[in-house]
Design a protein around this ligand. Sequence first.
Ligand SMILES: Nc1ncnc2c1ncn2[C@H]1C[C@H](O)[C@@H](COP(=O)(O)OP(=O)(O)O)O1
Length: 222
Amino acid sequence: MPSEKAAGEISENGTSSQSSTFIKQEDLASGKWLKLSNVYYADPTGRQRVWEVTSRTTKVAGDLPDAVVIIPILRRNLHYDCTILVKQFRPAFCKYTIEFPAGLLDPNETVETCAKRELKEETGYTGVVKHSTPASALDGGMSNSTAQFLTVQIDGDLPENQNPEQKSDEGEFIEVLTVPMDELLSKLNEYSTEGMVVDSRLYMYALAMEHTKGMVQPKTPK
Ligand SMILES: Nc1ncnc2c1ncn2[C@H]1C[C@H](O)[C@@H](COP(=O)(O)OP(=O)(O)O)O1
């Protein structure tokens, strides 16, 4: 029989017996690309609280992601499987970052079309979408920004993928890195040591692959 819970207590599946509710949003400042707002809400005890939130002005619709992130898998005859990463200067850090290819969703564009377009623009490669995630939070503590992650398989033996040529936007200067999947975590550690900032989703992807190889043994219930 389920045990009784105190008000606001979190259950095993993560739901709360009382929930927080939105009250109102007050916009504080807006630029061309980003907006800063105060979001007022009531916590589970009924107390009013405020949170500072950033959002993108480019959001197409609430139920669509702001961005699409591509997980490229490059398959070639007689080669180990590789992934394709992008290195670019990010003004937020004033440093170079290492990320999966990604981009903002354009109006009237599907996530699949966006993934293929961004992959072509940023890396020159053409591929096939194999898997897509739901929209997930990119930095929930400070922003409502979301992304869908699309796994795209690239047949590196096809003629169109022999000499991939980027189609960069004006002001975009992107270096393409081809990294064997097997060496991903150690390569990311190297980039980090060299002073580049590695995107945390990419880092977690590499770390999870190591976990599945048994670096960290999942605890099983006794
Ligand atoms: N905070 C910001 N400040 C200035 N330009 C921004 C911006 N956010 C987006 N942009 C513009 C610059 C580029 O033309 C474009 C970049 O879009 P993208 O290639 O779709 O995404 P990403 O930069 O994540 O790869 O959007």
